[in-house]
Design a protein around this ligand. Sequence first.
Ligand code: SF4
Length: 374
Amino acid sequence: MKSAPNIPAREMEFSLETIYIDESVADHPLTLEALRRFPNTPVQHLAAYDETVETIRKTTGDVFGAGKRTLALTRFKGSFLKKCPGISPGMVCCNYYVVNLLKNCMYDCSYCFLQDFLQNNPLLVAYVNVENLLEELDQVFTAHPNRIFRVGTGELTDSLALDTVIPYSQRLIPFFNQRENAVLELKTKSICVENLLNQDSPRNVIVSWSLNPQTIIDREEKGTPGLQQRLEAARQCANKGYKIGIHLDPIIIFPGWEKAYYELVDNIFKVLSPSQIEWVSLGSFRYRGPLKQIIKERHEDTLLFTGEHVASKDGKYRYLRPLRNQIYESLRDALKKYSANLNVYMCMETREIWEGVTGKMPRSDEKLDKFFDL
Ligand code: SF4
């Protein structure tokens, strides 16, 4: 680990109110590393998770927000590797695996589904037994040598935001470098790439950034680095040889959205060349019903509900289909102007939208097929 002064200022703004430690990992190197980074934060034993949450609940009306400042270091006892739960009725899924080393996130995006999903488990939890994850992955990858595994760590957190506190990337990247049939995706809004730039090899690692126009970042992505900072971090990783992915997700409709997203596309290609970008995924804002009230209570100035939403086949609310079509077509065209060869796909969308925008399903497109059938 580099010393604290080398860490970008924005990453150091993160503060914790309490650290809870499960006794079984008290001496784990990652526990000790996290404690070293927060020498003045009160530390308690993680005796009963539910009791801890109840105690927090009594002191605040925003237990989810308070959970982000309460780190629990513990051990994960089950199987880490899961098929991406993005498979839902009527949706096209990109056939992807997830591992969750962290739950919850230091950032506070207004649209984050974790606000609903983690209501009863709001603490920022880090599973430090990364060695068990690597053993499990080794067994699975070795048992299926003819399959390619695309594995992401950013389902229930930001993959890199806490990487200077709990440097998972230092264990994951060398492991994936050695594999013949697996790719790691680190999905982030952070600029916390120092550990990535210090690695020997970028082989088999995709670092992907979620991007939005700066006006959306300011209003809806609280605590996150700005657009230009993210692009600069992406440029550094691209120059190191990492493959770069871009998520324009969630695309949010607000007055002037088209101009703002076109400018975003232009900004991307001022910093990255199309050949450095492995793919761009597009996804419009979507949410499960119960999330709406939570968002309105926690983010009073949000722009998320300025547009009309309807329930889709999977129960999530989305912009009306013609508007989604317009969003995807216009952004796909804007992206493809920079390179006709750019891989652009839509995340969590219906067959009708896929066919409407691209004229085909991903499996009939040779380039996109590799993302959907790895
Ligand atoms: S960065 Fe991702 S996980 Fe973190 S708050 Fe934002 S949407 Fe949620």
